[in-house]
Structures are given as C-alpha cells and as structure tokens.
Design a protein around this ligand. Structure first.
Ligand code: CP
Ligand code: NVA
Length: 327
C-alpha cells in the first residue's frame, strides 16, 4: 500500500489555508531569486530538487503546464520527463494502477493531465510519491497557485476581494476557483451557462462555513461584474470539446463575454484574468485581454514560480519548511 504520509494534489480541497499562504510566500521568494539569477548568475534555490525526477504525463495538449513544469524542475536542479499517453501502453497493455506503481519506483513525483478525474485518482491511490493533477475534468489546482500569486502581486492580498467568473460553469477551472475563494475567504460571483456539479457545491459550502466567503451564481454577467475587483474568464472550448458543438457553445456563452462595457461595471482598478489559452472575440474581446487591466501574461509567468513552490512543498517538505522559516 502507498505511504500514509505522501501528499497528493488533486483539487484545492487538498490544502489548508495556511499551506496555501506558505506556498505563495515561497513562490514569491523563488520569483525574486530568479531575478537575482538573471543579474548575478546565482539562484539560492538552484539545487533544492537536485537528484529529483518528475514524470509529467499528458493525455491533452498543453503549452503553459508542460513548459513551466520542465523549466521549473530544471531551475530547481531536478529533471522533468515528458510522457505522452498516446505513446504509452497505458489503458491498452497496462492498467493505470500498474503504471503508477512503476513510476513511483523511479520518480519522486508524477503530474498527470488526463481527461477524467478517475484516472488521476487511480494513480494517487497506488502511488507512494506525490501525484499532482495537471488538469482533469474536475480541477486545475496548479493554475490556482499562479492565480493567487498574481492577485497578491496586483492587490497586495486576497482579503476582502470579490472575483467575478464568467462563462462555462461546468468547468475544471471554475470549480477550483470556487474552492480557492471559499478556502481563502474572499467572495466570488459567477455567471454563465452550464451547471456546477452538486459535489463541488458540497465542497465549497464546507469551506465557506470556516472562512465566511460568499460564492454565488448570478443570472446576468452585468449583475455578477458589478463592483468586483477581478474579472476572470476561461475558454469556452475546453480541450476535447467536439468541433460540431462549437457553434452552439458560442451562442450559449456570448451573453457572458467580458467586453469593455462589462469591465466598466467593475471597480476602476479591477484586473482581468484568463488562465489561457484565450480566444479573442470569444470569452473576452481583444480590447479587454490586450488592455491595461489585463494581467494574463503575469498570470502565465507565475505558473512557473508557483509550481516550483508547490513541487518543493510536495516533494521536499523539509527543505520547503526551511525556506518558509527564512523567506
Ligand atoms: N493554463 C493552462 O493550463 O495552459 P496549458 O493548457 O497551455 O497548459
Ligand atoms: N477549461 C480549460 C482549461 C485550460 C487550461 C480546459 O479544460 O481546456
């Protein structure tokens, strides 16, 4: 059986608020250290994961997740191995459980971007090393750490903020954004098409009871965006959506597009976020994503820094605690 002490990262429900605070602090320290490296050639975190290998399993496409994991492991002195499910015996000649057991004998961590939540859970059940969800149909936790780091950089803190999410409500990123707000204690307004799964509401309500955060669905984008600090969009065409559904989805989501008129309803210093990839003219107009309120490229850069902190937390906890003690 897998070790009882191993920590996995499947959704934002796998963390306490205090742990998230520490991971963000370390992410900010690691980002600063990279700046120093670019000037001096010295990064104090450059051998934190020396001798560590991370297997990165991909069933769906990726730019940010793949590159930030590979670059991040390199910057910490370790190695990331890209492994495409299309090239593997997985599911054809080998079960996910056997794959997980083999990987745990060779690697110190596994990230998996798979279509279904069942596959990443099966891996975690048998793995003696941390399994990190790199996007399934239920969550995108790695994205959440980068998003929160970006909010801290732009707003100083998440305390007292309200985020508005617009678009696809039946969506991995949406679900983890809801969990993150409820965990950290800020408010979230949602408006869009599709239904949030009951299981997600149960998780969110349990977190809200502790934190006092309010997560609410509004009828219109206008009501949801009124007076908010952050407007957040995700793609209307998540990986795997069939081509023949695109037209109907555009019609369904268009009332929730973030455009200049909508941004005017939010606070004047409201920031615009999108986890990317983004389609101009769809979930937001070019004017919004390329305008002064947009922080989408800071958000994308922070995937690197936040993941380095998360990988250190999960794979080298003692070293992580030492960094937290002396940030
Ligand atoms: N945001 C995100 O996960 O991007 P990729 O699909 O490019 O990894
Ligand atoms: N909801 C999107 C997120 C991409 C990072 C998708 O599943 O494709």
């Amino acid at each position: 059986p897998p070790s009882r002490t191993v920590r996995h990262c499947l959704t934002m429900c796998d963390f306490t608020k205090e742990e998230v605070v520490d991971i963000i602090r370390v992410a900010i320290a690691m980002k600063k250290s990279r700046k120093i490296f670019m000037e001096t050639g010295f990064d104090r975190f450059s051998d934190i994961l020396k001798g560590f290998s991370l297997l990165t399993l991909f069933e769906k496409p990726s730019l940010r997740t793949r590159v930030s994991l590979e670059v991040g492991m390199h910057q910490l002195g370790g190695q990331a191995i890209f492994y495409s499910i299309a090239d593997s015996p997985l599911g054809k000649k080998e079960s996910i459980e056997d794959t997980g057991k083999v990987l745990a004998r060779m690697c110190q961590g596994i990230t998996a971007r798979v279509a279904s939540r069942k596959a990443v859970r099966s891996l975690a059940e048998v793995s003696d090393v941390p399994v990190i969800n790199a996007l399934d149909d239920y969550a995108h936790p790695m994205q959440m750490f980068a998003d929160l780091q970006t909010i801290v950089e732009c707003k100083g803190s998440w305390d007292g903020l309200t985020m508005c999410y617009l678009g696809d409500l039946e969506n991995n990123v949406t679900y983890d954004l809801m969990r993150l707000a409820a965990l950290m204690g800020y408010n979230m307004h949602l408006a869009g098409a599709g239904q949030v799964e009951e299981g997600v509401w149960t998780e969110v309500k349990a977190l809200q009871e502790k934190s006092g955060s309010k997560v609410e669905v509004f009828k219109t984008a206008q009501e949801a965006a009124a007076g908010v600090d952050v407007v957040y969009c995700d793609s209307w065409m998540s990986y795997g959506i069939p081509k023949d559904e695109e037209k109907a989805r555009i019609e369904m989501f268009m009332p929730y597009q973030a455009n200049a008129g909508l941004m005017k309803l939010a606070k004047p210093d409201c920031i615009f976020m999108n986890c990317l990839p983004a389609a101009r003219g769809m979930e937001q107009t070019s004017e919004v994503i390329d305008g002064p309120q947009s922080v989408v490229f800071d958000q994308a850069e922070n995937r690197l820094h936040a993941q380095k902190a998360l990988l250190t937390f999960l794979m080298a906890r003692k070293k992580f605690d030492e960094i937290v003690a002396v940030p």
